[in-house]
Unconditional design. Structure first.
Length: 76
């Protein structure tokens, strides 16, 4: 993933900080391609807790549309 993402207001629903969103975007541990141009990236945030972010690639760059603490399916 290249460039800095835009963060949509929907990504702030679970109170994940912009710093953690950018950190997860910049340092993904793994990326799950969920089809239709939607990617789920998982990585520790700045505090070490796993975060998941949903990313949509647009013509003008990536947009983070979802962010929250990682769900059990990503924590194994």
């Amino acid at each position: 993933m290249d460039g800095k993402p835009t963060i949509a207001s929907s990504a702030r629903r679970h109170q994940v900080s912009d710093v953690d969103i950018h950190h997860t975007f910049d340092h993904p541990m793994w990326i799950d391609d969920l089809d239709d141009g939607f990617l789920m990236a998982v990585s520790p945030g700045t505090t070490g807790w796993l975060r998941e972010i949903g990313i949509v690639e647009r013509a003008d760059g990536p947009v983070v549309v979802h962010a929250m603490p990682a769900r059990a399916k990503y924590v194994r």
